[in-house]
Write a protein that binds this ligand. Sequence first.
Ligand code: GTP
Ligand code: MG
Length: 259
Amino acid sequence: MNHDENTPLMDEMENTLTNYQEEFVRESLMSDAFLDFVEENTKPIDQLFAYYRCATMEVETKFRVLDESLSVELDRNPIENIQTRVKSVDSLLRKMKRKNISLNLNDIEEKINDIAGVRVICSFPDDIYELARAFLAQDDITLIQQKDYIKDPKPSGYRSLHLIVEVPIFLKNEKRNMKVEVQFRTIAMDFWASLEHKLHYKHDLPPERAKALADELRDCAEQIEILDQRMQAVRNEIVTYNEENPKETSFPGFPLLGS
Ligand code: GTP
Ligand code: MG
């Protein structure tokens, strides 16, 4: 059979999919209620998204500052990478539909915690807790919720530390507290989560194969945890050795500096 040719069954499946997509767009993105809401709220919606972008900037800066200041103490940078994002409108709409949240900006702000997201990728597991502690100790940060999926991984094998916090942003005439979701992961946890996310949404396997692959992914996550612990142990040994064997810091040629 030529691969370009569709069987009647494939044609039918394609049609069903297209109809489903059109129905979703009509029901959610193009419903009268939604179009009225957009018309009345275009400016406030744009403004709210701008506030969330400001909040991600504030939080990103806080972590850049922490990374810089801790780098002197640790002699290395604890943060490998920081990623920020504001939720897209379509994924916000999907979530509102899933959680049955009304088209009301106050409700959206109150009930959806992850419109603004910051992901902090750390070198070692201990760095995650050190950074989270230092971040939460700042007097303008309010902790709303904490989920430690490192201590208690999700059934999928997912590991990360999640915080929902409130951070103030300073506008022309007001101060506004905005919610931000912060996810802390090691490079290894991030590697797993990124690939698992891609695989999860791109298969249509029969249930028994899907289950076998889910088991395999959970096993990979456990291997990754072991790897993280081994890398942490190597680092701890180097740190302990350096503490017990401090380098000579005085300059013999400059007696004044050494005294
Ligand atoms: P959401 O409504 O999906 O945001 O769930 P929630 O409010 O219960 O939050 P949760 O603590 O489950 O964290 C949600 C976020 O964590 C997701 O948007 C992903 O970024 C990440 N996440 C949670 N579970 C998994 C998982 O099994 N695999 C991957 N790759 N990411 C996950
Ligand atoms: Mg989410």
